[in-house]
Design a protein around this ligand. Structure first.
Ligand code: BES
Ligand code: ZN
Length: 477
C-alpha cells in the first residue's frame, strides 16, 4: 500500500498522460544529433527548449553553461543546462543527470516512420531519443508538472544537469563538474541517472555498474591520392590491405581480445560476485529475439551476462576513407582510418590500456613490412563505474519500483557506458544510482527506437516516488 500522497501523485500522472506524450513529441521533433557539425544548431535548440520548459515548470537559477569550442570540428559545444527546483536548506539535494542529444537516425537506415516524429502505434511510441534519453529526461519534467498541479510539495530539492554531448563522449562535462563541485553542485547528497534500460522486457531493474569505453583510430596512409587499382594494384602497398591485417589481430571471432596485458588488469571474479548472477531474470532466447538472430557467443545466462557486464570487449566500428557505396568502384583508397573501441571494466587503467593498445598496433603493423605510415590514437575515453547496490539511494529506488511494478527489481550492471558517472561520484563525493525507465528491447541507437507508453508513464511514477522516498531514507554514514 502506498501513502495517500503518493497515490495522489500516481493518479495525477495517469491523468496527464496525453500531455506527457505531447511533451515527448516536441522533444523528439528536435533532431539534436551531437555526432556531426550540421546538426549542432539543433542540439543547441534542444538545450534552449529544456531551458524554457524548466522555467515554465517553476525551476530557478537556470543556467546554460558554455563549454567552448569542440576541437576538430571547430564549432561551439552545446551548453550544459543547469536548473534547480526547490532550495530549502532543510531538504536533501538530489542531482539529476540526463542527456538531451541523440544518436544519428535516417529514415533510409530502416525506420518504419520518420525518426524525428514521435509516432504512436498501439501502446508504443517510436522516435529517436524515445528511450535514450529524451523519454527519461522528460519524465523528470513531467513529475514537476504533476507536483505543481497538485500543489504537492516535493520533499527534496532537485539540481538538474543536462548535457548535449553524451553520445559523443561527454566532451567538456568532466571539467564543468569539477569546477562547479563547490559552487552550483555544493551540497548534493545523491545523484540519480535515468539513462539505461531493463535487462529484458518485463522485469524492472536497478543498476549499479557501467563499463567504460576507450575509443581508438588506426590511420594508415600511403599514396597522396586515391589510385586506380588496375594501374597500381600489386604495385603499391595498399592502406586498406594493411588495415585489414591489423584489424584481424585485435580480436578473434569469439570475442577474445588478442592484445596482451589487458586481461591481466581485469579484477578476478570472486565467488560472492559470481553468486550475484544466479537469480537474474534473463533468458538468452529472449535476447536473441531482441537482436533478431541466433548469433550469441555464450548460450548460458551467466557467461553471457558476465561477458556483457564484467569483462572487457573490443568492437570494430568502421573505416573512414574506404569505399563503401554499392557498385564496384576499382579504387585503392589512399588513406583509411579504422575505428575500434574497448569497453573497460575494473581494474583496467585507461592510460596503461592506451600504452598496451598503441604499442601493440605499432608492433603488428611493423611486422607487415609495409612502407605505408600507421598511427594509432585514442579518440576519447570514459570511465567504468561500479557501486554498492544497497546504499540509501538504492533502498529508496527499490521501494519506488516495488510500489509501481509490484515486484523486487533485479540488480544489474550495464555493458554500455555513461562516461560521467564516476566523475559525479568522485568530484561530488556522493553515491550514484542508475534508475531506468525503458526496456531492454527499446532499440537505443538502433532503427525504430521506441518506448512503451506503460514504461514512460509508470517510469514517471517510479522516478517521482523515488524522490519522495529519498526524503525518508536515512543517508548512509
Ligand atoms: N544510454 C546509453 C548508455 C547505455 C548503453 C546504458 C547501453 C545501458 C546500456 C548512452 O547514451 C550511450 O550510448 N553511451 C555511449 C557513450 C560513449 C559514446 C562514450 C556508449 O555507451 O556507447
Ligand atoms: Zn543515453
Amino acid at each position: 500500500m502506498v501513502s495517500a500522497e503518493i497515490q495522489q501523485l500516481f493518479n495525477k500522472i495517469d491523468e496527464l498522460k496525453p500531455q506527457f506524450i505531447a511533451r515527448l513529441a516536441e522533444a523528439v521533433a528536435i533532431p539534436s544529433v551531437s555526432a556531426d557539425a550540421e546538426h549542432r544548431p539543433e542540439v543547441v535548440r534542444m538545450g534552449k527548449w529544456l531551458e524554457k520548459e524548466l522555467g515554465e515548470l517553476g525551476c530557478t537559477d537556470i543556467q546554460l553553461k558554455p563549454l567552448g569550442i569542440e576541437e576538430g570540428l571547430n564549432i561551439e559545444l552545446p551548453p550544459i543546462v543547469l536548473a534547480r527546483y526547490g532550495a530549502d536548506p532543510k531538504k536533501k539535494n538530489v542531482l539529476i543527470y540526463g542527456h538531451y542529444d541523440v544518436q544519428p537516425a535516417l529514415k533510409e537506415d530502416g525506420w518504419n516512420s520518420d525518426p524525428f516524429t514521435l509516432v504512436q502505434k498501439g501502446d508504443i511510441l517510436y522516435g529517436r531519443g524515445a528511450t535514450d534519453d529524451k523519454g527519461p529526461v522528460i519524465d523528470w519534467l513531467n513529475i514537476l508538472q504533476a507536483h505543481n498541479e497538485l500543489k504537492l510539495e516535493l520533499p527534496v530539492n532537485i539540481t538538474f544537469c543536462f548535457e548535449g554531448m553524451e553520445e559523443s563522449g561527454s566532451i567538456g562535462l568532466d571539467g564543468l563538474i569539477k569546477a562547479e563541485a563547490e559552487k552550483y553542485f555544493k551540497g548534493v547528497d545523491a545523484v540519480c541517472i535515468s539513462d539505461n534500460y531493463w535487462l529484458g522486457d518485463s522485469h524492472p531493474v536497478l543498476t549499479y555498474g557501467v563499463r567504460g569505453v576507450s575509443y581508438y583510430t588506426i590511420t594508415i596512409e600511403g599514396p597522396a591520392a586515391d589510385l586506380h587499382s588496375g594501374l597500381f594494384g600489386g604495385v603499391v602497398h595498399e592502406p586498406m590491405i594493411d588495415l585489414s591485417h591489423v584489424f584481424s589481430k585485435l580480436v578473434d571471432p569469439k570475442g577474445k581480445i588478442l592484445i596482451p596485458g589487458i586481461s591481466d588488469m581485469v579484477a578476478p571474479l570472486t565467488a560472492e560476485e559470481d553468486a550475484r548472477y544466479d537469480n537474474i531474470k534473463f533468458d538468452v532466447e529472449g535476447f536473441e529475439k531482441n537482436i533478431g538472430s541466433k548469433t550469441v557467443i555464450h548460450e548460458e545466462v551467466k557467461p553471457a551476462l558476465q561477458a556483457r557486464w564484467r569483462y572487457p570487449s573490443l568492437s570494430i566500428h568502421g573505416v573512414e576513407g574506404a569505399f563503401y557505396s554499392s557498385g564496384a568502384k576499382t579504387v585503392i583508397p589512399a588513406k583509411v582510418s579504422g575505428k575500434f573501441s574497448i569497453r573497460t571494466v575494473p581494474n583496467i587503467e585507461p592510460r596503461k590500456l592506451d600504452e598496451l593498445v598503441i604499442s601493440y598496433v605499432d608492433k603488428v603493423f611493423s611486422q607487415l613490412g609495409s612502407k605505408n605510415k600507421c598511427t594509432c590514437e585514442l579518440l576519447h575515453d570514459g570511465d567504468y563505474w561500479v557501486s554498492d547496490p544497497n546504499n540509501w539511494s538504492f533502498r529508496a529506488a527499490r521501494r519506488a519500483t516495488k510500489d509501481v511494478w509490484g515486484v523486487e527489481p533485479d540488480l544489474t550492471r550495464e555493458g554500455g557506458s555513461i562516461p560521467i558517472t564516476l566523475t559525479f561520484q568522485n568530484a561530488l563525493n556522493t553515491s550514484v544510482i542508475l534508475l531506468p525507465v525503458g526496456r531492454g528491447d527499446d532499440g537505443a541507437h538502433s532503427t525504430n527506437e521506441k518506448i512503451d507508453i506503460s514504461n514512460y508513464i509508470e517510469g514517471a511514477k517510479t522516478l517521482g516516488a523515488y524522490l519522495h522516498y529519498m526524503a525518508e531514507e536515512e543517508k548512509d554514514a
